[in-house]
Design a protein around this ligand. Structure first.
Ligand code: GLA
Length: 416
């Protein structure tokens, strides 16, 4: 807004000079003030017809500069990402939903949301109903419903997160009679449970009228280790190494075509070689690909090797599947050495975000990768799961940080 005001003043002064300076070049300060207000009056009272050609030209030029400035000033993240055919999202928690000032930012800046926790297995599988019915039963919780209602009311797109994961998943789903004290079930029983679970999620989202908002779904989360081996999880132990294939097989069977099915992981820069093999492995018997995309969580630090990260993104994208950045946040410093949020470190963060988004846009615009969405894991530092590292775009007082301007590719205001 500041720039906008000073430009108005500049244009009024320029106009004042053209109309009044000729007859009043040596006017004292108080009189030149009068000349300015006279000029304003002339413009507002529609007496522009008397302007000579030169004045009109200056006015037109300043107006066009003004228009450009206003657009630049008011461009939101979502408008900016749309220019690259991308959605820009944030995770959403029940706390955020009850914070009106935060909602205002969300609705102004983002066009996609991911439930931070409410759609994870722990929160959507009912133990009581599963025991009663002898198979996994899905039941949506109040938080999830209020967040999806919020998304629906406000026309936000949704990423589903997540179906199969080793964390935030009830252990009892792997045991006989859903009782942790009893033995693990057989592969056959677990596959039946997996199918029931995945099919119900999509059926219930359809019944509840939410399904059309979903454009992507994380089918499996974090199945691999940094050394490329498969993580040893209960899904792997009970079903076997093909549990990933099975999960994608069922998701492909029950999800509507309109939802892209994603594998999602962290430390993707160290796992790129492994992740790049997934598209050729997750293929149905008839040859069609079961996976549509790979989700890059992007939980990064300002001292990470950005070049290395972008190379990994390029390598995974070169497989031809879609990419989404799914949980972006950039902490200050390094994993073992989190830095304080002083001016210097916050500027370094602004620069990191600038270069990261610049690198992504370059690859997207050149058609080197297909990425249709980038999601931040929140937008307010004080509400982040990594709040000690101040990794997001707004500070606790909801003021945009250098990081925000970095994302918007505004070098100057990014402190770069
Ligand atoms: C992982 C998960 C997310 C979330 C974060 C921590 O990245 O994919 O759902 O749990 O950890 O918030």
């Amino acid at each position: 807004m500041k720039k906008y005001c000073s430009l108005i003043l500049a244009s009024v002064l320029a106009f004042g000079c053209l109309t009044g300076c000729g007859s009043n070049q040596t006017a004292p300060a108080s009189e030149s003030g009068q000349a300015e207000s006279q000029a304003v009056e002339e413009v507002t009272s529609g007496e522009t017809e008397s302007l000579d050609g030169a004045a009109e030209q200056v006015l037109e030029e300043t107006e066009s500069v003004l228009e450009e400035e206003v657009v630049e000033e008011e461009k939101s993240l979502k408008e900016f990402f749309l220019e690259h055919d991308m959605k820009v999202g944030t995770c959403l928690s029940p706390q955020m939903l009850t914070y009106p000032a935060a909602n205002e930012i969300l609705l102004a800046q983002f066009d996609s949301v991911t439930c931070e926790n409410a759609m994870k297995p722990d929160f959507i599988i009912s133990r009581k109903k599963s025991v009663d019915e002898g198979t996994i039963v899905v039941e949506f919780n109040k938080d999830m419903i209020s967040m999806l209602d919020f998304a629906k009311e406000n026309g936000l797109a949704v990423r589903g997160h997540t179906l199969i994961w080793h964390e935030q998943t009830p252990e009892w789903i792997f045991h006989e009679d859903f009782d942790k004290e009893k033995d693990l079930v057989s592969r056959e029983v677990m596959l039946e449970r997996m199918e029931n679970y995945i099919s119900q999620v999509f059926e219930k989202l359809t019944e509840a009228g939410y399904i059309d908002m979903f454009y992507a779904y994380d089918v499996v989360n974090e199945a691999y280790m940094e050394n490329g081996t498969m993580r040893d999880t209960l899904w792997k132990q009970v079903v076997g190494d093909d549990y990933l294939w099975q999960a994608f097989y069922f998701a492909d069977k029950y999800a509507p075509e309109s939802i892209d099915l994603f594998y999602n992981d962290y430390n993707e820069q160290f796992k790129a070689g492994r992740l790049a093999k997934l598209p050729e492995e997750l293929v149905a018997e008839d040859g069609h690909r079961l996976i549509d995309g790979i989700g890059l969580q992007a939980h990064l630090y300002t001292q990470d090797d950005l070049n290395n990260y972008l190379q990994a993104v390029k390598k995974i994208g070169a497989t031809g599947v879609k990419l989404n950045i799914t949980e972006l946040d950039v902490g200050l410093g390094a994993y073992q050495n989190v830095l304080k949020d002083d001016e210097e470190n916050l500027k370094a963060q602004g620069k990191f975000y600038y270069q990261l988004v610049e690198g992504i846009f370059k690859m997207v615009d050149a058609g080197e990768i297909e990425m249709n969405s980038l999601t931040f894991w929140g937008y307010i530092d004080s509400m982040s799961w990594r709040k000690e590292a101040s990794p997001l775009l707004y500070d606790g007082e909801l003021k945009p940080k250098y990081a925000y301007y970095g994302v918007l590719q505004d070098k100057e205001r990014a402190g770069y």
